[in-house]
Ligand binder design. Structure first.
Ligand SMILES: [Zn+2]
Length: 386
């Protein structure tokens, strides 16, 4: 037992299971020079799991290390697969909660891409909150405030409050949900919608490259519901999306059918977690061997996806990943360097000149999309998920 209390349910049966030292604090901050990238701040992962609710969290997380920097680039909307998912989710929320003509609030709305989709119906109004927001309003019916939600009064009562991929960053997620509950005007009763990465994907499906410093918490359906319940917002339903990689929670009436998520018992999740250290070692040994074989033949490996997974993978590979070239379709990342390893990100169109012998896909959900792009570039190398 670790002596720590579970961040989600408050339980005391918390066990450590995986330590990863010296990983970049910000996977999504890329750097203009190799030297700056290699000097980027690093922190440790000391992951623990709660035997009661199966919640996973980083005991070594230090909020002082985390200050969201300028140059934060985590927009996933460049991928057609992700864009299609966001459109489908927004339409589902609009229909089930009859949001046309209503007021939608989004916490940590980024550049407002999703808020714009949810507020696409006639008469809808959106208010977004994000200190990292840059630039012009994404639409006449949308107001985006460069501040944290709760920092100033909301004004009009919201009908839906959504938070996507924010709660896992909080060092006290229960306090954050309580703030979400308390920051709406008195008397309003919005539906709350929350989306986070699904820890079950990492634990059950081998998504080991998803453990990153920026994420304090890794929720499953039970621990997410426990977190909301402790904050005074009982969940009405939880369900998986995006091929099981994301987890959604809602309060209030469903307004339509939603398939609920099943989740193993906390003790079963703890048993899965106990094997992950060996799994990471096995995968790294396997890929170091493959990279060495390709390097000996003078080839290189395209590591497709210069986001969290690619940064974690290349940093853990260390010198054994030296022939790995990070590739990304997001033009904002091209020419910049990955934190830690200091490898420069190239565009897909750069690949034909690089002697690529293998394309390693960081997120298997994109394998089809990437294979199509690789073949269109005239590259015959095998495409496989990490
Ligand atoms: Zn717990």
């Amino acid at each position: 037992m670790s002596g720590a209390a579970c961040l989600a349910c408050g339980g005391a049966q918390v066990e450590r299971f995986l330590q990863l030292r010296g990983v970049p604090v910000f996977c999504n901050v890329l750097w203009p020079t190799r030297e700056a990238a290699q000097a980027a701040p690093r922190g440790d992962l000391d992951l623990a799991i709660c035997r009661d609710c199966g919640h996973v969290f980083n005991l070594a997380f230090d909020p002082e290390l985390v200050r969201y920097a300028e140059g934060y680039e985590n927009s996933l909307h460049h991928s057609p697969r992700f864009q299609a998912y966001a459109e489908e989710l927004a339409l589902d929320l609009r229909r089930r909660h009859a949001l046309d003509g209503r007021h939608v609030v989004e916490i940590a709305c980024g550049q407002g891409d999703f808020l714009k989709l949810v507020c696409a119906g006639p008469g809808s109004v959106g208010t977004g909150f994000d200190p990292s927001y840059r630039g012009a309003s994404p639409g006449p019916n949308l107001a985006i405030r460069r501040e944290y939600f709760g920092a100033s009064p909301l004004g009009r009562a919201p009908d839906l409050v959504c938070s996507r991929h924010a709660l896992e960053h909080m060092d006290d997620p229960v306090a954050f949900v309580r703030m979400m509950r308390d920051a709406v005007p008195p008397g309003s009763a919005p539906v709350y919608f929350c989306e986070v990465p699904n820890a079950l994907y990492s634990l059950r499906d081998g998504g080991v490259w998803d453990f990153i410093y920026e994420h304090v918490s890794y929720f499953n359906a039970r621990s997410l519901a426990a977190c909301f319940a402790r904050a005074g917002l009982p969940a009405a339903r939880t369900w998986e999306t995006f091929a099981g990689q994301f987890l959604c929670l809602e309060t209030g009436p469903a307004g339509g059918p939603v398939a609920s998520a099943a989740v193993p018992e906390g003790s079963q999740l703890a048993a899965m977690a106990a094997g992950l250290g060996d799994e990471v070692d096995r995968l790294l040994a396997h890929w170091r061997g493959e990279f060495a074989r390709i390097a000996a033949a003078g080839g290189r490996v395209a590591v497709w996806g210069a986001g969290s997974k690619g940064v974690t993978f290349l940093n853990l590979m260390g010198a054994g990943g030296a022939i790995g070239v990070p590739v990304d379709i997001n033009p904002a990342k091209h020419g910049l360097y990955l934190p830690g390893v200091g490898r420069q990100v190239v565009a897909p169109s750069d690949l034909p000149a690089l002697g690529v012998a293998l394309v390693l896909v960081m997120n298997p959900v994109y394998t089809g999309e990437i294979t199509g792009m690789v073949r269109a570039l005239g590259i015959a190398a095998p495409v496989t998920a990490v």
